[in-house]
Design a protein around this ligand. Structure first.
Ligand code: SAH
Length: 348
């Protein structure tokens, strides 16, 4: 890759279809991509050995965050889950190299590929189904922060569990108390953690399969949690109207702003949720509020929370301003790698 005056810029992976035609992989000339791919996977694993603790479920490779654009690898105990998002990573030689490196490093029981059909279409890659690449095992149990979770490699959203929240689960547990409501609970990530310190925990989600898995997770950990299948917006409106109160509320909605264009609508959604939650918290209550929309900046998210604080006439003190777990590294020069915001606050 050279600039218009012929000065050498670096080496990039090329996609003939994507809006992102070039993805920089090195400032140097790279004569052969495969040894670099192998080396970067090794570096990514070495980085996790330093920063990931107390779990056998973590992101091994985080695309641009590990200078491996288009490759995501998650480890769930003996099962590896892989996502290929670009033409260069989809080539037969790249696939062969990554599989041999991952197999050598982890000796997994199986490797599963999770396919996002929309991304394959955008990259003009042939249609492909999710499935096993190696081995047979698709069901396993993983542990994070001492809590066990079922993992089904071929079911669920994203690549399964929400590994990026792992450190936020632990942080939230430090403050959570009393009666707790986990809104957008999915398979119970926050709820199961809150159950360690709270007297009563309820989880809300609109997805029945997610709640069924959440309930299996509760049994696995010998806890008691109430699951409510509902649209979170309707439920919060009804609960707020009927004067329902909590000591701890978690809000972890899906990404409302999938593009910059959707930002205004997204901001209204975040504002409404946070406003209702603030109104429902008892004095001294704890709000754990998240946004995984990359397009909503941390400053904009704080702005939404301030507006909700004003409108609810509550005083909100920030205890922790957090982001994604360290196995989803944020590279300063690649702003897209920072997407998760998690604010823990006390409300009086
Ligand atoms: N907190 C979870 C992850 C949440 S992902 C964890 O830590 O694992 C977002 C969740 O919101 C998904 O489970 C999805 O089913 C749910 N969801 C999306 N729209 C919803 C709505 N309008 N009402 C309730 N749940 C919704």
């Amino acid at each position: 890759m050279h600039d218009e005056r012929g000065k050498f810029l670096g080496t990039a992976l090329y996609s003939s279809a994507s809006q992102i035609a070039l993805r920089l992989i090195s400032r140097e000339a790279v004569p052969d991509f495969l040894p670099l791919l192998r080396d970067r996977i090794r570096q990514a694993i070495a980085y996790r050995e330093r920063v990931v603790h107390n779990t056998d479920a973590f992101r091994v490779v985080f695309s641009e965050g590990d200078f491996l654009p288009g490759l995501i690898v998650d480890r769930y105990g003996e099962v590896l889950s892989l996502q290929v998002l670009t033409q260069a990573m989809d080539s037969e030689s790249a696939r062969k190299t990554m599989l041999s490196e991952l197999t050598g490093q982890f000796k997994p029981a199986s490797i599963v590929e999770r396919v996002d059909p929309r991304i394959r279409e955008l990259e003009q890659l042939p249609v492909k189904a999710s499935g096993l690449l190696e081995g047979e095992k698709t069901l396993t149990i993983v542990t994070m922060n001492g809590i066990k979770f079922h993992y089904d490699a071929l079911e669920g959203q994203k690549t399964g569990a929400f590994l990026d929240q792992r450190e936020n689960y632990a942080a939230a547990t430090q403050y959570a108390r009393g009666e707790a409501l986990d809104v957008f609970c999915y398979q119970g990530g926050f709820a199961l953690h809150l159950a360690q310190t709270c007297s009563k925990v309820s989880g809300v989600d609109s997805s029945r399969p997610a709640l069924e898995m959440a309930d299996r997770n509760v049994t696995l950990n010998g806890r008691e949690i109430e699951w409510i299948e509902a649209n979170a917006f309707d439920l919060l409106r009804d609960y707020a109207a009927s004067g329902q109160q909590y000591d701890t509320i978690v809000l972890d909605p899906p990404a409302f702003a999938k593009s910059r264009k959707a930002l205004d609508t997204a901001i209204r959604g975040y504002k409404e949720l946070n406003l209702r939650a603030l109104k429902m918290l008892r004095p001294g209550g704890i709000l754990v509020t998240c946004s995984c929309s990359y397009h909503l900046s941390p400053a904009e998210f704080t702005g939404v929370l301030s507006a909700a604080a004003q409108d609810s006439h509550r005083i909100v003190r920030i205890l922790e301003n957090r982001t994604q777990a360290k196995d989803h590294p944020i590279v300063l020069t690649v702003p897209e790698t920072a997407y998760l915001k998690c604010v823990i606050a006390t409300v009086s």
